[in-house]
Ligand binder design. Sequence first.
Ligand code: CP
Length: 348
Amino acid sequence: MIRHFTHLSDLSPGELLALADAGLALKAAPPRSAPLAGKSVAFCFMNPSLRTQVSSAVAAASLGAHPLTLTLGGGAGGTWGMETVEGVVMDGAAAEHLKEAVPVLGRYCAALGLRSFPSAESWAEDKREPALTAFRKYSTVPVINLESATGHPCQALADLMTIRERMEPSGKNFLLAWAPHVKALPMAVANSAVEMAAMAGMNVTIARPEGYDLDADVMARVKASCDARGRTVSVTSDVMSAYEGQHVVYAKSWGPIAPYGAAPAADPDFRAKWIVSGAKMRRTDSALFLHCLPVRRNLVVADEVLDGPWSAVVDEAENRLHAAKAVLLDLLAPGARTAAASSRRHAR
Ligand code: CP
């Protein structure tokens, strides 16, 4: 069976922690050999990206692989427009079906990455993740989720590495802090952040306005992970109290499930209530501040926080590179990954 890296729910907590260890080992001691020499990896993007695009390509190259970054259906310089639905009459814009394109890419490449954001028209349809599901279904090689509608596992792996560089997460307090924005953003990063924190044994608090609850399936997994480790999960709109005693504050904006795609209120008082500010961070237990980036300064988070002692957002972004290496080695050369992790254990 082909192993993919598409959803945190496919991993056990131990497997996630081992991947984070492998990423940190690769950061401390990059491999001297080229364990993926002779292989090519295609990273396919249906949406914009800075960190994911560059970190994936650099990670593959640093391991000796040849990276290709493809814009799916992107007009000149991109591939043909891609159809995801089976059985349709393809008389629209899409000239090629993923049913051919994905296995064709598999004849050239050892692994495929895909970024496919939600359409923001129907949560029920987006939750099916038609493009990622098609990649998994038709691919003959491992598929890596570079952010889909429901999750961003590569980001969560880098987030866990960033936390583990500073503290043992088990038993610590993790706050997912909803933040203002000009539009309804996907829930993927927020989902993966709380799933990762729960799998790492943290107490999880979500501070969000009424109407901004995460998907019930995600919350069920978070609750099950926390229950299994004797940790707590709480959801609140009492934003100031939510920051008390936190060890990690993860800021993210996301849109409501209903009305799906509706932009958050632009009211200045609402924005002031939910922005991550220095006053809020001072209520924490000297918390680490994380955000996946890109971030809108002074809308999502105040300059004082991003430029202050709490912030690890650039380290977090760097860890995307080492996380990507760990994922590629795990899928394509697991022996090499084990050797790297083992050398880190011996170095401790
Ligand atoms: N954090 C993240 O995925 O960044 P990009 O959207 O720039 O890839």
